[in-house]
Design a binder for this molecule. Structure first.
Ligand code: NAD
Length: 332
């Protein structure tokens, strides 16, 4: 088997794990590109069989058709979500799309819980105070998580793992999913989205981004929430209408916000902008709130998850080349 693979949005850690995984498959030849795959960079795909892409590569119709013209037959996502790929175009141009459906749901679930605990007990602020010799506790008061009601929206791999951890903390867990999981229903209560919004002390988002969930959290849904609610989003940025969220934070309807994803993250995340002027005023406004905690899409970023992503991605590519790809990892 001979397969030329272009890895886009490639960081040093991707190169390490993917080259280790590729060493198990003779004939898999990797070319690494730091740049994202976009209309501007698609010409780099000349001579490739497969492109290996991540969450902020843009595979709209123009890019997918250009890939097909260049002879690329396979888009191998090294992530679970596929909202950045125009699937209709992939079908039209007969380009196969694969993903890594469940590389380590626990890594993202644990990060969601880290955001909750940090926001609540303000460990990030306490760390800085203590290092400055300031042992004053004013402003650091949190709440006891035990007994709180947490709404989990989307109970797939990650939502389910999050719900299990929350049960361990002694929380009451309410869930919403159009396809409820009967095994989870033993411990948690499935209910309507309205009930989740209106009754939860904490709401955590674990559903995919699609036409139905775009701006799921908007002015209207924020209006239904309890005063002082904590909202956590480790799923996709555009689940939240950020402008409406800023209004909710200013009015103190939203008590705290923890996000690992942001709707305009593509131009910011995964690279160092510390010496630049950031022109995204909405993002900068979010940063001014003392009760907002933002991480740069790192929920997936554990050693175990990275190794699993690399090995499943390489297996998807090799299996596609050899005509024995399982439906499980195939999107189109
Ligand atoms: P999954 O496919 O296992 O689960 C998604 C669940 O959402 C499914 O049960 C589905 O029925 C449900 N769902 C669909 N539409 C819904 C709606 N309108 N309301 C409520 N639920 C709905 O996916 P997963 O592996 O649990 O991942 C969830 C999301 O997490 C992914 O789509 C991805 O965007 C995101 N993610 C983020 C990171 C990160 O690093 N922050 C890493 C991996 C995945």
């Amino acid at each position: 088997m001979q397969c030329k693979i272009g890895v886009f949005s490639c960081q040093a850690y991707d190169r390490d794990t993917l080259s280790q995984a590729a060493a198990q498959h003779a004939g898999a030849e990797l070319r690494y590109f730091e740049t994202a795959l976009t209309q501007q960079s698609v010409s780099l795909c000349q001579g490739l069989d497969t492109v290996c892409v991540f969450v902020n590569d843009t595979l709209d119709e123009s890019v997918v058709s250009a890939l097909a013209k260049l002879g690329v037959r396979h888009i191998a996502l090294r992530c679970a979500g596929y909202n950045n790929v125009d699937l209709k175009a992939a079908k039209k141009y007969r380009v196969c799309v694969t993903r890594v459906p469940a590389y380590s749901p626990h890594s993202v679930a644990e990060h969601a819980i880290a955001l909750m605990l940090t926001l609540n007990r303000k460990t990030h602020r306490a760390f800085n105070r203590v290092r400055e010799g300031n042992f004053n506790l004013n402003g650091l008061m949190g709440f006891t998580l035990h007994g709180k009601r947490v709404g989990v929206i989307g109970t797939g791999h990650i939502g389910k793992a999050t719900a299990h951890i929350l049960k361990g903390f002694g929380c009451e867990v309410l869930c919403y999913d159009p396809q409820p999981d009967s095994t989870l229903a033993i411990d948690c209560t499935y209910t309507s989205i309205h009930e989740i919004l209106s009754k939860s002390d904490i709401i955590t988002l674990h559903c995919p981004l699609n036409d139905d969930t775009y701006h799921l959290i908007n002015r209207q849904s924020i209006g239904q929430m309890k005063d002082g609610v904590m909202l956590i989003n480790t799923s996709r940025g555009a689940l939240i209408d950020t402008k409406a969220m800023i209004t909710g934070l200013k009015s103190e309807k939203i008590g705290s916000l923890g996000i690992d994803v942001y709707e305009q993250e593509a131009s910011l995340f995964f690279s160092d902008h510390s010496m630049e002027i950031i022109h995204d005023d909405i993002f900068e406004r979010l940063q001014t709130f003392p009760n907002v905690l933002i991480t740069g899409h790192q929920g997936f970023f554990t050693r175990e998850a990275m190794e699993e992503i690399a090995s499943v991605t390489l297996a998807n590519i090799v299996n596609f080349c050899q005509g024995r790809l399982s439906d499980n990892n195939r999107v189109i």
